[in-house]
Design a protein around this ligand. Sequence first.
Ligand code: ZN
Length: 311
Amino acid sequence: MQHFLWKAIAGALSTAERLCSRGINIDPICQRCGLEDETINHLLLQCQHAQTTWRCADYTVFNVPQDALEDNIRKILHIYAESEASDEVRILPFWITWMLWKSRNEMLFQQKMNHPNEDAVKWLNAVSEWVLANPVNHHSSVSHRAASTLWEPPPMGFIKCNFDSSFSQNSPIMKVGWILRDSRGSYMEAGWATLPQVETPLQAEASGFLYVVQRMWYKGLRQVWFEGDNLELTNIINTVRQSVELGNLLCDIRHWITKLPQCSLGHVNREKNQAADVLCKHYLSNSVNLCKLYETPPSWLVNYLYYPFTF
Ligand SMILES: [Zn+2]
C-alpha cells in the first residue's frame, strides 16, 4: 500500500491526464464522471465516485479535499501516524486509495462498474481481517525493526532489485552492486560495475541507483521494486525534493524514473540489503573487467541468499 502511495506522490500513476501530458493522444477527461481532467488528485479524492467511497468508509476528513495532491497525502500519512486511532482507521486510507485505482482500471479495461458502497464494505472487511492477522505494533516498533533482518520478497508480478554502492575517497573509481530476485525469492541475476568516481557517499549512492535503473530499463523489466539502504537518497527521490549535492545526477534519475512508471524505491536496513552490499564490495585484484554479471550466484554470494529464498 505504501508502495502505491509512493507512485501517487511521484505522480507516476498513468492517469489520463498524465498520459496526455506525456504526449499520448487520449481523452484527458475522467471516464467516471466526465466532468474534469483525470488527474491523480481527481481520481483518488475529488471525483464524485471517490467522494462517495470516502464517505461510505466514514472518512469525513476528505469531504473537502485539498487541491494539491501532496496536501491530501500528508493528511493520509498524518492519520497513519496518530497512534491513538485504531489500526483500522490508520491503515484504511492506504487501502481506499489503492482500491480506487484498482476499481478505475477494472472500469476502463474490464468494463466492470463497482458501486462505491460495495467497494467500501468489501474493503472494510478486508482491512479488519488484515489488521487481525497483522497487529500493528505501537510501542516497540524500533526493536521490532531491528529484529527483522531477513530479505523480503516483492509482491506478485514484481521483481526486487537490491542495490548498494561503495565509495572510498582516494580511489579513482566507485562501484555499484545489484541483485534481482522475483516474488518467490528466486535468484535472477546479480552483478557489479565500476563507475566514474564522485565526491561524496550520497553521490555514489545516487550514481549507483541511476546505473541500476538504466540497467533494468535496458533489460526490459518494467515492474521493479528497487531497494537500497541509504535513507537520504530514498527520501530525496520519494518526496521530489531538490538536492544541491546531487545536482544534475538527480535530473538524470528523475528522467529515467519516468520511463519506469510502475517502479518504486524503498528503504531497508543494511542487513536486508546485505547481498547487494557484498556485491559492490567484491574486489578482484587482477581483474581488468569494468563490470561483471552472474547468471548463477557465485559461491561467495550463496551465504547471503537467505533460506527459504535461495534458488
Ligand atoms: Zn471523475
